[in-house]
Each structure stands twice: as C-alpha cells, then as structure tokens.
Design a protein around this ligand. Sequence first.
Ligand code: CP3
Length: 345
Amino acid sequence: MKTLSATRRLTRALLREPLDRPPVWLMRQAGRYLPEYRAVREQAGGFLEMIRRPEHAAEVTLQPVRRFGLDAAILFSDILIPLEAMGMELVFDEHGPSLPRPVRTRADIERLRVPLPGESMGYVGEALRFVRRDLPDSTSLLGFCGAPLTLASYAIEGGTGKSFAELRKLMYHHEADFRALMEKLARTTALHLAYQVEQGADAVVLFDTWASALGREDYVRYALPYSRQALEGLPTGVPRVVFAGASDHLLDDLSTLPAEALAIDHRTSLDRAFRRYGARPPPQGTLDPAALLATPEEVHRRVTALLAEVAGRPGHVLGLGHGVMKETDPACVAAFVAAAREYRP
Ligand code: CP3
C-alpha cells in the first residue's frame, strides 16, 4: 500500500489540511505556449511520438515545473491513449484528435480489448518513473484518465463531438450496446489509473470534459455509474480529483462520486460551490484560461481576488477552468503562480 508524502503541498490540500497558501498547477501546463515544449515536439516528430517516448514525455512534463516552480507535475500524455490500446486507430493532426474508424455497432464494441496497461502502455509507467526521479520531493505527480463518457464520445463520434448525435443514438436506441461500451471503458480507466499510481503517481485526475453535453437525467442514468466504477478501484489513500467542464447543472450529482476534490470550471462561482458542496469533495480551481491572455499584472490581480473569495478554505487547489491556451504568454503563467505564492489568507 502506498503511503502519502506528508510533505507535498498538493497532497496536504487534498487531505484538507489548512495551509499557508494553496497549491497550484494548471491543466496543459506543458504545451505549445512554451518554446522548450515546441523544441521537443519538433525533435520528436509529433505529439503521439512525444507521448510514446518516455524520455520526451518526462522532459516536457518537467519543463513547466522547472520554469514556474509548480506544486504538481501532470504526466504528459493524453486521455485518448487508452482507446488506442483498446484497438482503435488514433490520429492527431493540426485539427486535433480523430479516430478514423469509430465504434457504432455491437460487433465494433465486442472487438475492443480491455488492455493491461503494463503491457500495452508501458511507456506511461516508464515516463512516470523518469519524472518522479527528477521531481523535487515536495512536488506531487498527477496521473489521469478520461472519464468513460468522455472517452465514449470520442470512440463513437470519431473525434471531438459537436452535437454528439451518434453518442445519443447509441445511448437511446441501443442501450445494452452503449452500456457494454461504458463497462469496458470503466474497466480500462480503473486499470489505467491504478497502473499510474503503481508507477509513482501520488494523485489522479478523472477528466470528464464532455459531461457538459448531457442533461442531468441522462448524465445520472448513463454516465455517473461508470465514473464511480472507474474511481472506486483505487488503493485507499490516493486522492482523486474529478474534472467536469461547464457542468454547473451536474454538481449535485458529481459531488456524490468517490473523490477528494471536484475541479469546477470558471463558469461556476467558487464561493457558491464551497458553500454548497464544501463538506463533500471541495471544489477546486478556477480561473478562466482566457484570462491568461491579459497582462501579467491583470492575471496577478485576478488570482489574488479569486483567492480572497476562497479565503483559505481547506481543500482549495488553484488552477484553471480548462487548459492553458497556446497563445498564452509564459509571463502570465509566471504571474499566476507568483500570485498564489504571495497570497496569505
Ligand atoms: O495537462 C497537461 O499538461 C497534461 C497533458 C494532457 C494533454 N491532454 C496534452 C495535450 C492532458 C491531461 C490532456 C487531457 C485531454 N486530452 C482531455 C481532457 C481535458 C480537456 O482538455 O478537456 C481531452 C478532451 C483530450 C483530447 C485532446 N488532446 C484534444 C481535444 C486535443 C486538441 C486540442 C488542442 O489543444 O490542441 C488534444 C491535444 C493535446 N493534448 C495537446 C496537449 C499538450 C496539444 C498538442 C500539441 O499539438 O502539441
């Protein structure tokens, strides 16, 4: 069984210890806004190549930690990697991800494997070990997975969904097939999260980006049980963070998941979320990533205002409502981190 490092600020926050300042990390903290990332990407020959080469994946994971002194590193990988290990073809180009042969029928779903991560995604474990070796002891290492619903949306739509019509067709008209797919995705996700913990992740994030596509009734009926299944299998003591973008309407339900934190997006007021859900998994976040396109001074001001709103409530972790945009000036990320470091409740 894993023991938690009591010295890691992020872990302590997730255990709801009162802290002198909140921990800080950002979704997509490694990415195209950093010149050193673009250099590795160029050398590796592409995004997936970078993920599959542990030395490259480890290097870009560490870059933002070195540059900004963040409290957590998040493994450089992608939520769609397990779909490839399940047997789907995965392509990334300038338009983003696509899966040229989406799953639409019972036979497509039956063909999908539930992969053993150590066998089919061993490069993920190796990258985690490389990162842990070079990471300051006080810095947490986050593993992650896509939630079953979000993965299903990519698998069924063949890319980033717009209306999610194919997903809905399968869900409403072939419910048993849809559930068979969700079941496989939940098992794949649970195994992938457990593997990352085994290989050195201190905490995990479950990204349910497209939870926002469903209304409350459908989310509870068709998606929530599978996210629960994905999170339940982890060893005790490993903090779990659930991220659901633009899902204010689902917070009552999401807060019933077995998790230590609920990463909300910037459309929800943190103060309101703390009042309402603070006793269950506390909310975390959450500045609008677009605010990082303002000046460093303005970013600093906004972060300070946000932290004043949270007022040092235990459990709070500072972050963004979505990923760092590629147009972001690294000086604005530096200002974001500095404002957190300078803040005293
Ligand atoms: O946060 C981190 O720094 C860790 C790495 C990470 C990436 N993707 C790297 C990435 C994480 C945690 C993800 C998760 C992910 N991937 C999600 C869930 C979170 C979210 O964004 O809502 C989703 C939906 C994906 C699928 C995905 N990957 C899309 C839709 C895209 C294209 C959009 C874009 O920003 O280009 C990606 C590409 C991607 N994943 C990039 C990075 C750094 C950009 C890749 C590049 O071209 O170099």
